[in-house]
Design a protein around this ligand. Structure first.
Ligand code: PLP
Length: 389
């Protein structure tokens, strides 16, 4: 009898994954699957990555965990590495275990420092699994930007727009998820986000970039917010920074650290600033730099997007969006989505199937031949569905 309580809301599709290599997973019958979802967007530099495996083996032979009062040089080195890819050269980092935690800490810091009550985000953003961000009935201001998508001024959002004027002045933090990666993968207009950030900052609130999914190269830049003209106070980083190992970071800018160091703020959890997680973060960043994976994500991401856009026919494929190596494909309906998903799985491809939306977020290490083999099979399956539904 199955002893695992599966409360994710998703059905198990392959029950015995026993091996992995790069962008591939293998089941117990040695069937190979191309993982175009990178797990849950986590294996940024590929499954079973030799550099990360060797690093883990080396690190666990020395130290993987210590108490709050006992630190380690690797933490300093890793924090420096994280800060070097942000604008927070003089900032600080806290290492945690999940994306949800990194956002929780950033929110607690904001509330503590600003003494304001209201949290704010775009109406379609996902911010983790904690009730503080999923229950949005009280003390949340959700900025609905649906109409902004079609606004004639969207490239030059007006500061006197009524929608902006409705932002309350007691917002402690605006949490920006740059691309609703866990949702519809839509990219809000730059000038809108700049204006929102100015309003919130202007009334003393903090800006948090939620880079759990869009961070470390996914969008063709180190962070998704780098596509916008905003300077966040804190950055929540998770998923891909551990390449499958549960580690996350709240990176905090200098000004916020100065405020915190004068305050009574406290936050502690058992696996905070563990050397093993920090060592992995350091090695993931080094690998991305050494293999130039950010510019690769940008360049091949553009090529892949153009290819995927050729599938758009207004009948089966309604829309295709993307930035870097993050793509969304809107299919005409859920039935078609489920049919194509199963056919792809049979052929050995894993995509993220959310009703009539496919999300594709491969490891940054994917190459053109691998993508082309997916693309050709996907196109054939789409064709066969038209003639033989
Ligand atoms: C955009 C975004 N933010 C936050 C989270 C939460 O991260 P975690 O599941 O590691 O807690 C997720 C997870 O899917 C996410 O996609």
């Amino acid at each position: 009898m199955n002893k695992i309580y599966n409360c994710t809301g998703h059905t198990i599709q392959i029950s015995n994954i026993v091996n992995s290599d790069g962008i591939y997973l293998f089941d117990d019958k040695k069937k190979r699957y191309m993982d175009l979802e990178s797990g849950v967007w986590c294996t940024s530099i590929g499954h079973n990555n030799i550099r990360i495996n060797n690093l883990i083996k080396k690190q666990i032979d020395s130290i993987m965990h210590a108490g709050f009062c006992y630190s380690n040089k690797i933490l300093q080195e890793s924090a420096e590495s994280v800060l070097s890819i942000t604008n927070f050269k003089k900032g600080k980092c806290v290492f945690l275990c999940s994306g949800s935690e990194s956002i929780e800490l950033a929110r607690q810091i904001s509330k503590h420092l600003t003494k304001k009550k209201m949290s704010m985000t775009l109406h379609d953003s996902y911010l983790g699994s904690y009730s503080g961000v999923t229950d949005r009935d009280k003390n949340w201001f959700l900025f609905n930007w649906e109409k902004c998508m079609h606004c004639p001024d969207k490239e030059n959002c007006k500061t006197n727009c009524q929608k902006l004027q409705k932002i309350p002045n007691n917002v402690s933090e605006f949490i920006f998820e740059p691309g609703s990666s866990s949702g519809f993968v839509r990219f809000p207009p730059k000038s809108l986000i700049k204006n929102i950030a100015n309003v919130v900052k202007g009334s003393g609130g903090k800006i948090i970039a939620n880079e759990v999914t869009t961070g470390i190269g996914r969008t063709g830049k180190w962070f998704g917010y780098n596509h916008y003209q905003i300077e966040p106070d804190m950055i929540a980083i998770g998923k891909g920074i551990g390449n499958g190992y549960p580690v996350s970071i709240t990176a905090i800018n200098r000004q916020t650290i100065d405020q915190l160091e004068k305050s009574s703020f406290k936050y502690s959890q058992s696996h905070q600033n563990d050397p093993l997680g920090a060592a992995i973060v350091n090695e993931v960043i080094k690998t991305i730099k050494d293999d130039d994976l950010i510019s690769k994500a940008k360049v091949i991401g553009n090529t892949f997007l153009k290819k995927l856009q050729t599938l758009k026919d207004g009948v089966k494929v309604i829309d295709v969006r993307g930035r870097g190596l993050m793509f969304a494909i809107d299919l005409c309906n859920e039935k078609t989505g489920d049919y194509i998903y199963q056919k792809l799985l049979d052929k050995g491809y894993i995509v993220c199937n959310r009703k009539s939306l496919f999300r594709i977020d491969p490891p940054l290490t994917i190459n053109e031949d691998e993508f082309n083999s997916f693309f050709n099979d996907f196109r054939n399956i789409l064709k066969s569905h038209q003639t033989n539904p």
